[in-house]
Design a protein around this ligand. Structure first.
Ligand SMILES: [Zn+2]
Length: 284
């Protein structure tokens, strides 16, 4: 289990799954040969054969006043997902969350960086054939432009299914607060817009006692995009905007003490941004 301390805030990573290879459908430019030259990515983010490692995980933020879950991964027993092994899962995520000290009833805030399938899954769980909120005592914070966009995507089959089983039930339960992309959650935690991957995508900034961290969400999927900010993900809604966002955020973070915690970074999952010539690297 990975934990980080940012001032008075503790961040704990709860892994749902890690994979090596098979990432070309997300990052089509990231061939093995090209990535092998980025030796700094070994061993956490790439194996010796140039295959990329990625993770689907949630992050629990314990602040003096709140217990916040950032992104809710894939979930169990979901159907209609385009990636075959994301269907009908029976993983131990909720048990792992409880073992780490966070039974689901104790979560008071859920933040979804965006409403893609691998970030909303555990918003709900199947109870007697009905999708119920997994975190009944939480406020679910959804950014207004993100919710508005996906509400309108009724003709995209997978997203329609995802919205119906993982977003609509928490709306129906009255647990959603629709918030601005700059919403302040508490003294130490605020949302910040990092657009391009989706129309209302946000990252999560932590500031406490002079220490800073940024939880990425999917404005980048893998550290190789620090070396190549122009390697947009195949699933980026607007690749020009997502590339601009990556360049801007990396330039802002480079050389600072801000810890970048990657939402899909495997292994160490976090590090500091260092500028190398015209590009960037992650030093973990
Ligand atoms: Zn994702």
């Amino acid at each position: 289990m990975h934990t980080w301390r940012i001032g008075a805030v503790t961040v704990t990573k709860i892994v749902e799954l890690e994979v090596t290879g098979g990432t070309r459908f997300i990052l089509p430019h990231a061939t093995r040969d090209t990535c092998l030259a980025m030796s700094w990515m070994r061993p956490h983010f790439m194996d010796d054969d140039g295959r990329l490692k990625m993770s689907v995980h949630a992050l629990v933020l314990e602040t003096p006043s709140r217990r916040i879950l950032v992104d809710t991964c894939l979930g169990n027993e979901k159907q209609g997902r385009a990636v075959p092994h994301w269907n009908d899962r029976h993983g131990p995520f909720l048990g792992d969350l409880a073992i780490a000290g966070f039974p689901r009833e104790s979560i008071d805030t859920v933040v979804c960086t965006h409403l893609h399938v691998d970030h909303v899954g555990w918003n709900t769980m199947l109870v007697d054939g009905t999708w119920r909120p997994t975190f009944p005592n939480a406020r679910y914070l959804l950014a207004a432009p993100e919710l508005a966009y996906w509400r309108d995507q009724r003709d995209v089959a997978e997203q329609r299914t995802v919205f119906a089983d993982s977003v609509q039930p928490v709306l129906d339960a009255g647990l959603v607060d629709v918030v601005a992309t700059t919403h302040r959650v508490c003294d130490e935690v605020a949302l910040t817009p990092t657009l391009g991957h989706t129309p209302g995508h946000i990252s999560v900034r932590i500031s406490s006692d002079g220490e800073e961290a940024l939880i990425s969400g999917d404005f980048l999927h893998h550290p190789c995009q620090m070396a190549r900010p122009d390697w947009a993900a195949a699933v980026d809604y607007d690749r020009e905007i997502s590339t601009r966002t990556r360049r801007e955020v990396f330039a802002t973070l480079a050389g600072t003490a801000t810890l970048l915690i990657g939402t899909h970074f495997a292994g160490a999952s976090a590090g500091h941004v260092v500028r190398v010539g015209e590009s960037y690297q992650l030093v973990s």
